[in-house]
Design a protein. Structure first.
Length: 481
């Protein structure tokens, strides 16, 4: 009986190429063959074998699974994948269980439960891809006991420890920029190798320069963005300026962190090679050892990420914003809640950025700059209020001037009226004296006759002056108001 599983034209080409020999696929070969042709019980059979390196979205996961599966094959001493798959489900499961027991009871090295689980995950991944489903629950019964505290009691680095790492463990601009980026952005160490210069965008918040960082920028499903502090911005800028001074032409597709190079070789300078994850791990491990900050209580690189989340949550950032800046899956919230970049930046800068700044001198400079900004804003506010008061005063001066003008005009009217009154008084006195020479009318300051006059002429003389006095009083009342 012939069995065809996922046969393609490429498989047929491989079959034609290998029809004169029966070379089996082996993990020892650098170029794995995914299609094999064998003879089983005298019957030709063609089968498509899905390898451990297929179907991964992450190169790091692919490399990790390949190493774990190679360790399993070395243990069972079977490197022919076709032979391994022909053993059948029960025999394969027995081999996996024996492998787990050998790791659990290894007298030379005691494997943690998490390490065994990672190896088994790689093994199950291969057999699942090739339609052989093993009993996971049965296999897990033989795991070592979970005595590790790595996932329960591990802690982030303290500020003092990170300061020691920067001062004693970082011996160049590159390592300092890496440590500050891990501490202030919450980025995974596995995302650093793929970062390019074009993934960083300079942005400003209240006169503070920071970087917006696109993480996994070339991955459609995993990409997200986060921010770094002004301290980290300066460290990265200093590192990039150093590369420019050495003669490198910085491009958007240049790696953000490159391998060390010969400064005397122009070709090597302008052919930057990105650092791999092992290089980042070694660099960080050496820095921890030199600074004395290496401890079992803190996971080597994950402690930075854990510290980022802890500080952001404790200082009052929205939990959903923290998860988004860490690239975590927020479930259905991502479909309905999509805050603008400015909101995330404001939340990060107001609540967390100051506490994520490591150097106390830089933090003090930042505080001084903040005070200067507040002082400038206060001066601007006072200038605005002063201009407003001046405008209001100008309006008051104009009003007073208008009132004074009216009073001046009224004074002129009163003076003219007094002249008329004096003229009239002279005429009245002349008339009285002509009729009765002994009865001369004398007027007081208010224009009222000060002496008794004949009753026959009283109304004729006093009525006009009483009317004038009443009008003057009304004028004085209006002016006072």
């Amino acid at each position: 009986m012939l069995l065809f599983i996922g046969v393609t034209s490429r498989d047929q080409q491989h079959q034609h190429q290998h029809q004169h020999h029966e070379e089996k696929p082996s993990l020892q070969s650098s170029d794995w063959t995914t299609t094999t042709t064998t003879q089983a019980r005298g019957i030709g059979r063609q089968r498509r074998i899905f390898l451990i390196t297929e179907g991964h979205r992450s190169k790091e996961t692919c490399d990790k699974y390949r190493n774990c599966f190679n360790r399993f094959l070395n243990s069972i001493r079977i490197h022919d994948l076709d032979v391994l798959l022909d053993l059948g489900r029960e025999a394969i499961q027995e081999l996996v269980i024996k492998y787990v027991i050998s790791m659990r009871d290894n007298p030379e090295k005691r494997y943690a439960r998490s390490t065994v689980n990672t190896d088994v995950a790689a093994i199950l991944y291969f057999f699942d891809n090739n339609d052989i489903e093993l009993n996971r629950h049965k296999i897990r019964r033989y795991y070592p006991s979970d005595e590790s505290t790595a996932y329960n009691e591990d802690r982030p680095y303290t500020m003092e420890e990170i300061q020691r790492i920067l001062s004693l463990g970082c011996n160049d601009l590159r390592s300092k920029a890496i440590v500050l980026l891990l501490a202030s952005s919450g980025i995974r160490i596995g995302a650093l190798p793929s970062l390019q210069i074009g993934d960083l965008t300079k942005t400003t918040f209240k006169n503070f320069n920071v970087y917006k960082i696109q993480v996994y920028a070339r991955s459609k499903n995993e990409r997200y963005y986060t921010f770094c502090t002004s301290e980290c911005y300066k460290a990265i800028s200093d590192y990039l300026k150093y590369r420019e001074r050495c003669g490198e032409e910085l491009k958007d597709r240049s790696p953000l962190f490159r391998r060390q190079f010969n400064k005397e070789n122009p070709f090597e300078i302008n052919s930057p090679r990105p650092m791999g994850k092992p290089a980042f791990t070694i660099l960080l491990n050496e820095g921890l050892k030199r600074s004395g900050a290496k401890t079992k209580e803190a996971m080597r690189s994950h402690a930075f990420r854990k510290g980022f989340k802890s500080i952001c949550e404790q200082k009052g950032m929205k939990s959903l914003h923290v998860e988004m800046l860490m690239g975590h899956n927020v479930g259905l919230a991502s479909n309905y809640y999509r805050p603008p970049e400015s909101d995330l930046l404001e939340d990060y800068m107001i609540h967390a950025a100051d506490s994520l700044t490591i150097d106390p001198t830089f933090r003090l400079q930042k505080h001084v700059a903040k005070l200067e900004t507040e002082r400038t804003q206060e001066i601007d506010r006072l200038k605005t209020e002063l201009a407003k008061l001046r405008e209001e005063n100008q309006e008051s001066v104009t009003t007073i001037y208008e009132h004074n003008t009216k009073l001046y005009e009224r004074d002129n009217d009163i003076a003219e009226l007094k002249s008329a009154v004096a003229f009239l008084s002279d005429k009245v006195n002349a008339a009285i004296v002509a009729n009765e020479p002994s009865s001369k009318v004398i007027f007081n300051q208010k224009g009222i006759p000060a002496i008794k006059i004949p009753a026959s002429m009283r109304n004729t003389v006093t009525a006009p002056f009483a009317k004038i006095t009443e009008e003057n009083q009304e004028s004085d009342t209006t002016t006072g108001t």
